[in-house]
Design a protein around this ligand. Sequence first.
Ligand SMILES: NC(=O)c1ccc[n+]([C@@H]2O[C@H](COP(=O)([O-])OP(=O)(O)OC[C@H]3O[C@@H](n4cnc5c(N)ncnc54)[C@H](O)[C@@H]3O)[C@@H](O)[C@H]2O)c1
Length: 420
Amino acid sequence: MKFVLIGAGQRGMIYAKYAYKKGHEIAAVAETDPAKREIAASEFGIPAERCYETGAALLAAPCMGEAAIIATMDRDHYSEAIPAMEKGYHLLLEKPISPDPAETLAIEKAAERTGRQITVCHVLRYSPFFREIRRVIAEGRIGRVITIQHNENIGNFHIAHSFVRGNWRRSDLSSPLIMQKSCHDMDLLVWLTGSKCSSVASFGDLTYFRKENAPEGAALRCCDCPLKDGCRFSAYRSYLPLAGNWPATVLTDDQSEEGLLEAIRTGPYGRCVYHCDNNVCDHQVTILKFENGITATFNLSGFTNLMTRTMKIMGEDGEIRASEAENVIEVTRFAGNSTEKSESEIIRPEQSTSGHSGGDSGIVEDFLNMLEGRDSVSATEIHESVESHMMACAAEEARLTGSVVSLADFRRKIEGTTKA
Ligand SMILES: NC(=O)c1ccc[n+]([C@@H]2O[C@H](COP(=O)([O-])OP(=O)(O)OC[C@H]3O[C@@H](n4cnc5c(N)ncnc54)[C@H](O)[C@@H]3O)[C@@H](O)[C@H]2O)c1
């Protein structure tokens, strides 16, 4: 199978390396950063004539394979996905499909029109951890699900890295926080409830990472800051000890101490977290009602120590408490009274070394299965994935307008404005 890679950044390289390791060819690459383009070319043996500066340039050339991996930034997906399908490529498309709901629906329509398949990178559906939770529900171990409490614990250092200093700090440049971080969570809720969402309310704000919360005397950059030794957000503390690993690898390809120091001195990740140009929320709570009557609360917060998802799923006959970081799923059947011993089981799903608890390799496997005809359709195909994006956009509208948003009304409104 031949792939083309559009966007050879963190995500694109993960998927391309996996496909390459499985014996597939990465026939061409498009990447604006010359250093990253060169790394991809040498890693996959791509000849210079098939290395392009932009996705647009690659897509102007004749079709070079069966599928395209699109892993550029959020707002580029729309301009690449439709031409790529028109050229003949099936797509492994990074989420968000697009931050704009009208563009998301247009991409879905283009897939129907061109007969191309899109697998959206909702990697969590492929992780053994979430698959196990779904299996427990499907087996009826807690009876019918009544309500869900879901938490996306972003992690305090992670919010500072990605959503204050980093690529996803501004909704106008990338996506609102709930879309960027949590279209995955919306997708998990659709998958676990087995239902579409009917209405949503949401509250949240950018409360902490603002200039008025900067300690007195803090400089605009860590390298100039007299407080850096005592600050937990100091870039020196956040990145230097992690040389060679995420998130230090995001700063520069040169992971030597000198390389990282230079990136901290001059790049975006050396900025004071209280003095960035970020505008996305640092916390957001969302309440959802599903068509089958299940209710859910979703708490998305940067004020957590761990970077993990935790869930409580409450059913007629019992509850599931799940902690992704601890790799523990506890299934408890309700007791008859407070002294009776309740029946409880601890499940520890198999663990994978691939990212997102095994989801990163799982999604490429799923895509390959679909391309090679072992499965007729992917588990995160476009029609399934659009639902989560409508939920995230509707939640953002609910937050901005202080209203309860009906998903059916929201979708009708967007369909009225759908791009061709
Ligand atoms: N599925 C997940 O769990 C997950 C996790 C993180 C990020 N993402 C998504 O993956 C996408 C990429 O994120 P990332 O962390 O890899 O970012 P990244 O910045 O590491 O990679 C994006 C790459 O695209 C390149 N690029 C930009 N414009 C281009 C163009 N016109 N043509 C070709 N290349 C271009 C950039 O130079 C960069 O190397 C984003 O949409 C992000 O939201 C998904």
